[in-house]
Design a protein around this ligand. Structure first.
Ligand code: SF4
Length: 359
């Protein structure tokens, strides 16, 4: 079968399957563009099961576009904490403010207007337009690229923008005018639950296996074609958990770059050997009588890894304390002050210490 013949036969069996097998997800209750938009931004590079509680809490605290536009930075970071890619939540707010200012608070329903908003790319615009406004606009994510690649035994490298653009056009040609939102969701759902990445796709459950070229030729594992990613850079760090009078020292990160504007534990680049820790502390004007080395930990970002060595340091006095450092109650970690997930093992160590008062 030719490519366009294969794809043109996909919508009917796929939609029929979707209507009987779609997962119940909190953002599928209603098709308001605000809900679709927030859920799609949360779902980028994050698993559905992880997103569910985040989405529910977000909608409870910020049920409308206006609530989002007026939220404080601290509230947004706390609501987003753990999802990573914090520029996304800042763009959500910037876009909400732009919609209120330029569109009288009404979500725009044209692709051009949506694409002009911060953080809304082709995929998100497609999701909003097809699901909330019933327009036949494709939304092609990694799931869709994988499904189409396998259906067609397509040799294009899906990490290339030109290949993604041509898959997008193939999908555009087959979107049923009567149910564009359901069709887009069905294609993504098939990729997320049946035509699985990495592990074995569950072809025996697939509603379009009779059309699938990779299945027919027993070449499922060869698709999608994707060039190897560049190796991540490794960044070693030494993290200091300073404790004084049962309070913990944190400081604010820069307002630019990775994890901007979040709170963090003071740390230095590189692994500082234990026998040099006293020297570092005395340079900072810190007097301490006890310390405890914590378990090494690492955190993986898209392009880099932090490999962290940590110490609990019990501070008697801190002369020359940096003005950006504040002392907080450990209960306020992640309730009042948002820290990146990278520091979660250290937060657990702090809570363990306070629960057991070790040393
Ligand atoms: Fe994917 Fe298998 Fe279905 Fe082909 S038959 S689309 S490889 S799940």
């Amino acid at each position: 079968m030719k490519n366009n013949t294969i794809l043109s036969e996909v919508p009917n069996p796929l939609l029929d399957w979707y209507y009987h097998n779609a997962r119940i997800l909190p953002w599928r209750d209603e098709t308001h563009p605000y809900r679709i938009w927030v859920s799609e931004i949360m779902l980028q590079q994050t698993r559905v099961e992880t997103v569910k509680p985040y989405f529910e809490r977000w909608i409870r605290e910020l049920p409308t576009l206006k609530d989002l536009a007026e939220a404080s930075e601290e509230q947004l970071l706390l609501l987003w904490q753990g999802l990573g890619y914090y520029s996304r939540v800042r763009n959500l707010q910037k876009a909400a403010q732009a919609i209120i200012k330029n569109y009288d608070g009404q979500f725009p329903s044209s692709e051009k207007d949506l694409l002009s908003l911060p953080g809304i790319g082709e995929y998100t615009a497609g999701a909003i337009l097809s699901i909330a406004f019933q327009q036949p606009v494709p939304c092609v994510d990694g799931n869709v690229l994988r499904v189409v690649s396998r259906l067609l035994a397509f040799e294009g490298d899906i990490s290339k923008a030109t290949v993604k653009a041509s898959v997008t056009e193939m999908v555009r040609d087959i979107i049923p005018a009567s149910s564009p939102g359901d069709f887009n969701q069905a294609l993504m759902e098939l990729g997320a639950t049946v035509c699985l990445p990495n592990g074995k796709p569950e072809c025996e459950k697939c509603p379009v296996k009779h059309l699938c070229e990779a299945f027919r030729t027993n070449t499922v594992f060869q698709y999608p074609v994707k060039k190897e990613k560049k190796a991540r850079t490794i960044e070693p760090k030494t993290v200091f958990i300073f404790i004084k009078n049962n309070r913990i020292a944190i400081r604010k990160r820069n307002s630019e770059g990775l994890l901007s504007g979040m709170w963090e534990f003071p740390h230095l680049e590189g692994v500082i050997p234990e026998n040099q820790i006293d020297g570092v502390l005395s340079q900072w004007g810190i007097k301490s009588e006890k310390r405890m080395r914590l378990k090494d930990t690492k955190h993986i970002f898209t392009h880099k890894e932090w490999h962290m060595t940590g110490y609990l340091i019990f501070v008697e006095a801190w002369e020359k304390m940096d003005s950006d450092v504040i002392w907080i109650d450990p209960c306020e970690l992640n309730t009042k002050y948002a820290l990146p997930t990278a520091f979660r093992p250290f937060i657990e160590a702090i809570h363990y210490y306070f629960n057991h008062q070790m040393l």
